[in-house]
Design a protein around this ligand. Structure first.
Ligand SMILES: Nc1ncnc2c1ncn2[C@@H]1O[C@H](COP(=O)(O)OP(=O)(O)OP(=O)(O)O)[C@@H](O)[C@H]1O
Ligand SMILES: [Mg+2]
Length: 203
């Protein structure tokens, strides 16, 4: 590639990168949640909407999750606290600390993908996770017969450790839709429903 072409690519790349940051600046600039959402609706592609957050795809292969209400803000803040370097958690890469957070866009996975990657069914995995996180959910799920098949899996140990550390309610962690895949691992993309958030907003 000649020098001019490289320069042209570099210029295009820089202008693209600054455009992406401009949208975030604009979202930060307006104070009202509805205006923030209007801006996101205009510039980004909406890929999902829950009761408390809207998820957008950016041109940068990332997602921006914008809170719609206090429940969404609380979940964004909870996700921001998880700073462990864990390959099974989709870490936050940028945020305003409140209304929005940005994370890598990852490929979705279904239960059969999960089983291929981990070597155990998502059903068994989720039953064991529910049991292991009884202390977080204040529940009494009985010990599954197949716990021995699951308990030494790296993904299980790591997610139980993080679940206990941040008191993440197992409800989202046992839904396959809360996982995507990256580098051949399932990765948890939704971990904002902590015990505190649950009892404050959802109980
Ligand atoms: N990093 C990502 N990569 C790809 N898709 C994503 C990503 N994050 C979220 N999504 C999509 O957006 C959906 C909702 O995301 P998430 O579960 O984080 O938001 P939520 O507000 O907690 O939603 P819910 O109310 O359903 O729990 C996911 O099920 C997934 O389809
Ligand atoms: Mg959620």
């Amino acid at each position: 590639m000649n020098a001019n072409l490289i320069l042209k690519f570099a210029e295009t790349f820089v202008s693209l990168a600054s455009e992406i940051n401009k949208v975030k600046d604009l979202i930060n600039y307006v104070k009202n949640i509805d205006e923030k959402i209007d801006i996101a609706n205009y510039y980004y592609e909406k890929i999902a909407e829950g009761s408390s957050r809207i998820v957008y795809l950016t041109d940068n292969d990332t997602v921006i999750k914008i809170a719609k209400n206090d429940k969404g803000i609380a979940q964004n803040k909870a996700e921001l606290l998880v700073k462990d370097n864990c390959k099974y958690i989709n870490a936050v890469i940028d945020s305003d600390g409140k209304y929005w957070l940005e994370a890598k866009y990852l490929k979705q996975l279904n239960s059969s993908d999960f089983e291929k990657l981990v070597g155990i069914s998502f059903y068994k995995f989720s039953k064991c996770l529910n049991f292991a996180l009884n202390e977080v959910s204040d529940s009494n799920h009985p010990k599954p017969d197949y716990l021995d098949e699951v308990k030494d899996l790296d993904i299980f140990k790591e997610l139980v450790k993080i679940g206990k550390k941040y008191k993440i309610m197992p409800g989202d962690m046992i839904r396959i839709s809360s996982y995507c895949q990256s580098n051949g691992y399932p990765v948890l993309i939704d971990f904002g429903m902590t015990k505190d958030v649950f009892y404050k907003y959802y109980d």
